[in-house]
Design a binder for this molecule. Structure first.
Ligand SMILES: [Zn+2]
Length: 358
């Protein structure tokens, strides 16, 4: 009797595997996704036949051999995402623009051959396999819709009062096949909604259908834009440091501009988003405030005395004063952020579990 020891399949199933490939051409990304999905499906069928009696093959079956031959790579292990019954449980694949994502919650991983295939298919970059779930970064202008407001509020509330912003899993108003664990970041200003959240590629169509259902005409959806998490958090917490006014986010993905900016609805000041990312915010252009003549400020002060309601506004006006005021608050915020970061790091890799277990 021979006893074969395969890679450990007895893991606790609490990890996931994500492969991200960036292509130069969105069409090639899409075609590759279609081909890879067809391969996974054929491979699953062939593997299921071979593992029917509880055996595990020593070599990959025909579909995998053919793919390797066609693209000039070799298999260093038998591709599998379970001991048996792979059909119907194929890895989730999706593309947005030039990015292709492959995802599975099985603990075995994709090995070296799938990345080699993606490179042979023309991927400019294949990121090292990662155990975090894929994330969507979404920006859209919200139409007036009470139903949409309600859905957004219910999602946003899941990370409110949670500095680590972890969803366990994210409860979504659209149907999902896979549960998604991990961190999320949201913001909503007077015009734009920003959502950064874990999602399996398979569930993207349902998410987009939900957007369309609520009358969202144009949405920018990107996959695995890691920097957007930090950006969306910064936008959610951004206030005009000169007048404490509400800021409106303007992104090149939705607007005809070159860089990410924030405009103050109160004083018209413009900020570059980068100013909010790493340090206490400083207005880049706050023309109205900088050129405010002394006499005008004095007159305003006098006015404020007469009208108590206007007091708060007038107080915030002198730029220097406002800046000085804003600094300590921002420092505290930065400290809290750093703390949260350490906390998040200390936590184990986020879990991801398939909703339907075989
Ligand atoms: Zn302002």
């Amino acid at each position: 009797m021979t006893i074969k020891i395969w890679q450990s399949y007895s893991c606790n199933n609490s990890s996931s595997y994500r492969l991200v490939a960036r292509f130069a051409d969105p069409n090639v990304a899409r075609e590759t996704a279609t081909e890879l999905a067809a391969f996974f499906s054929a491979h699953a069928k062939q593997m299921d036949v071979l593992t029917e009696d509880g055996d595990f093959p020593e070599e990959n079956p025909a579909a995998a051999q053919d793919l390797a031959k066609q693209y000039g790579f070799s298999w260093n292990e038998v591709l599998s995402w379970g001991d048996e019954m792979l059909e119907g449980d194929e890895p989730s694949i999706g593309t947005e623009d030039k990015t292709l994502v492959v995802y599975h919650t099985y603990c075995g991983g994709f090995g070296e051959a799938i990345p080699a295939y993606l490179k042979a298919r023309g991927a400019a970059e294949v990121e090292p396999e990662d155990r975090h779930p894929p994330t969507a970064s979404v920006l859209f202008e919200a139409p007036a819709s009470a139903a949409l407001d309600e859905d957004l509020a219910s999602m946003f509330s899941q990370i409110a009062d949670r500095p680590e912003r972890e969803v366990e899993p994210l409860k979504t108003p659209w149907e999902t096949r896979w549960e998604s664990y991990g961190r999320a970041a949201f913001f909503r200003d007077p015009k734009t909604v920003g959502m950064w959240f874990p999602i399996a590629p398979t569930d993207l169509p349902a998410f987009k259908a939900w957007l369309a259902e609520h009358g969202v005409q144009k949405a920018s959806v990107r996959l695995c834009e890691y920097d957007d998490e930090k950006k969306f958090v910064a936008i959610a917490g951004a206030k005009c440091s000169a007048c404490d006014g509400t800021l409106q986010y303007l992104d090149p993905r939705l607007h005809d501009i070159d860089s990410e900016q924030l405009a103050c609805l109160g004083c018209g000041g413009m900020y570059d988003l980068t100013t909010f990312l790493n340090q206490p915010p400083k207005p880049v252009v706050a023309k109205k405030l900088v050129v405010a003549p002394k006499a005008k400020a004095k007159a305003k002060k006098a006015k404020a005395k007469a009208k108590p309601a206007a007091k708060a506004k007038a107080k915030a006006k002198p730029a220097a004063k406002a800046k000085a005021k804003a600094k300590p608050a921002a420092k505290v915020k930065a400290k809290a952020k750093a703390k949260a970061k350490v906390k998040a790091k200390a936590k184990a890799a986020p879990k991801a579990k398939p909703k339907k277990k075989r």
